[in-house]
Design a binder for this molecule. Sequence first.
Ligand code: C2O
Ligand code: CU
Length: 668
Amino acid sequence: MVVGLGMLDIFAALVLAGLWLAAGLVAGTLPYAERASRGRIVAVLFWLGVGALAARIALTAGVAGAGWWFVQDRVVLVLPLQIAAVAAVAFVARPRWRALRRPHTRRDAAHPALIAPVQVASFVGLAGVYAALGLTYPVRVGDGFVLAGATVLVGALCWIRHAMRWRRLADTAARPGPALPLRLLRTTGGALLAVVVLCGIGVGSALGTSLPASADMAGGPMDWGGGPVPAGHHGAGHAVSVRDLTGPRPDDGATVRRFTLTARERTVTIGGRRVAALTFNGQVPGPALRAYQGDVVEVTLHNALPHDGVTVHWHGYDVPNAEDGVAGVTQDAVRPGGSFTYRFRADQVGTYWYHSHELASEEVARGLFGTLVVLPRRERPADLDLTLPVHQWGERRAVTLGADTGRTRRAVDPGTTVRLRLVNTDSESHRPRLTGVAYRLVAVDGTDLHGPAPTRDRLPTLPAGGRYDLAFTMPATPVLLDTGDGASLLLGDGPAPTGQRGTPTLDLLRYGTPARTPYGAGSRFDRDFTQVFDSRIGAYDGKPTVVYTVNGRTYPDVPALGVRYGDLVRITLVNRGTESHPIHPHGHHMLVLSRNGAAPQGSPLWMDTVDVGPGEVWQVAVKADNPGIWMDHCHNLHHASAGMMFHLMYADVTSPYRVGDAAGNHPE
Ligand code: C2O
Ligand code: CU
């Protein structure tokens, strides 16, 4: 709804700008008009534009119910400017253009009061388009001054130019006007100048964002979420370094499960095509790691890549901070030839995954990822337990399910208990379907759902980074898992089942049954943060591009969310853009409190990747129980690398690591 109305509003802004631009151009020709009807054309164009403005006001009112974030730019800046332009035209210009219906001199038609307000409206119409594409939430005071200032300046210039002509016409009333080509040149020149001014404003405000060669993540801007600002933050005292927030030492008695991951380049064949991949241990996906709850997992990473660094991040696994694998935040990227050992206790049961967090948007896409499954100690596992990462390779979009493209068959005896663990290792959502059997969605992001009822043919969209576990008992007839992107798995013998077409997607907020949670929407929160996600045209690191913003800023200018150990934190996630943003905080799980103001009706949802759709507002609760400096970003890694990245930072935690070219660390 919000998105649809927003699109209509952009359309109305374009129509408005077109009409007022035309009105301004025609107004400029009035002194040379042979017929009085020219003045009427100006009036018609202008008032049609006012109709578009009325539509914008109505659309803005319609969107306002979804939240102030969606309309602030229009309410405080653009619409007042456009309404002021209407007033100026109505009170200053209109009486004069009405007078043109009576016999008049060319000089009467050239009066600046007649033309300049209409041309200011032209500029303000264009400014509305600029604002729709280039402004986000929150509008800064500077934006207001710049736009209002530019409007005044344009008005003054128009006035001066027309006043000069008006004065000239006083003594050369009989002389014909300049030739048509010259007039056209002048008017298009004027319109172009307006566009250039607006582009200049946009580029000027965007060029402010460039990535520093070296940035200290613990030293940037902070947002304390309305809670107390800890004394001595960043200061001396008992600051702890992320370097010391390590996992268990090897000698504490637990079973240690050891793995080795070696990153190396390798050409692999995917869907019949040769792909220059980056691999762990020569394979894509990387090795499927399995452990039992309570084990200590010890993973030694070696870098055999020719040039780039690498790390391993445990997505969704709330490891101690020093084991989190983020280059420049919790460690230095492992350089070619180097090694690093990660160690953490496998406390969380369920389906997780790991991936490089150095140059993540490139290295993950090219293959530096794998799955991590932790099994409960006492429960009997399913007879057939498959972990199936879904991944898309390169431009040609070959999709793998597990390690395979196309349709894979697998014989399964009826009566076999089956668990399918779907992992989206991509930057885009997938819409998998399971047909031929009634199944239960038993876990999301590694956490079991409460009371999941059997369902058929419908699943929620699987967001980038997210996981779903599906469980069923194999029937006598075949079962098909289809990613919908050309990769599928057919279990059992016989022709693939066809599910019911057009089944609605399963709504996670209405699946399963409620259960008690340690905190919820009614809790008292120590801190309250609001993160508004959007994209706009701008420049990043000096290059013009679409930038992905958090509260109007791009990494590393997005303030870190500051917390103290033990805080209960509420975060409101607002998507003001047109693409979905799967938001992923490291080291913590989010308990979903609401989506678009509605509380979950089904199972409690503990997620590590919340897919905030366009126009959606989610509220989540996070317990600050894992000290450190934690990356928090959109898991569409292209969005992250174009600015949509920030940190969750505990007071009095410092990091000796630095991000940037100079340090050789590029977490994005
Ligand atoms: Cu799966 Cu910071 O990422
Ligand atoms: Cu995103």
